[in-house]
Design a protein. Structure first.
Length: 204
């Protein structure tokens, strides 16, 4: 003898057996939830996905704001370089005590350029590797992050980005022109240093 299998009718209340109209969520007699009410409505997940708030688009920073930061950093590194050249290359600078006139020796430009390069490398590499921002970037509220995950960059990436700044500044009569062109033609607004170091500049 075959055992009779009982099926629960979704149109009846499981508690009292009262028939329920299609789509009704609670029993009219006892108030118990009907089986159909426990089932999620078809397409609800798709509807939720369709109406989900879209993620904000990444805003890469362009030439103008980065140039302002570059000017601020240039002034700071220039002052540091001038002070160090004055302190450590006294033979290249002479001061007439009677008139107060300052004269620069022939070695002064070489000292200034060489020390300026070293100062700039240290300045940008250490600040970007540690904070992702130079002082100029902090002032205008932008930062350098990893292109891959938007996280902090390494000191190695900061060094690559900094050393290639001297190529991005070509032609030097119009500083930063090559870098500006590369930023304008890049979807992620990357200059050569950014592309080689795999970094991007975002709003801080």
């Amino acid at each position: 003898m075959q055992k009779e299998v009982k099926h629960v009718d979704e149109d009846k209340c499981a508690q009292c057996g009262t028939p329920a109209a299609p789509g009704t969520r609670f029993c009219e007699s006892c108030g118990a939830p009907l089986p159909a009410a426990a089932q999620p409505a078809q397409g609800s997940a798709a509807a939720a996905s369709a109406y989900a708030t879209p993620e904000p688009q990444v805003q890469y920073q362009g030439v103008a704001i980065r140039f302002v930061a570059f000017i601020i950093d240039g002034i700071i590194s220039g002052i540091i370089t001038y002070i160090l050249v004055f302190l450590f290359t006294g033979s290249a600078i002479t001061i007439d005590t009677s008139t107060g006139a300052v004269s620069l020796g022939p070695a002064y430009p070489a000292y200034y350029v060489a020390l300026g390069i070293v100062i700039a490398l240290l300045y940008f590499t250490l600040l970007l590797g540690r904070y992702g921002q130079s002082v100029g970037m902090m002032a205008v509220k932008i930062k350098v992050v990893s292109e891959a995950n938007g996280g902090p960059i390494t000191y190695g990436a900061a060094f690559i980005r900094t050393i290639l700044l001297y190529i991005d500044q070509i032609p030097y009569v119009i500083p930063y022109l090559l870098g500006a062109i590369l930023i304008w033609t890049s979807d992620k607004k990357q200059r050569l240093g950014d592309r080689a170091a795999h970094t991007v500049v975002l709003k801080a």
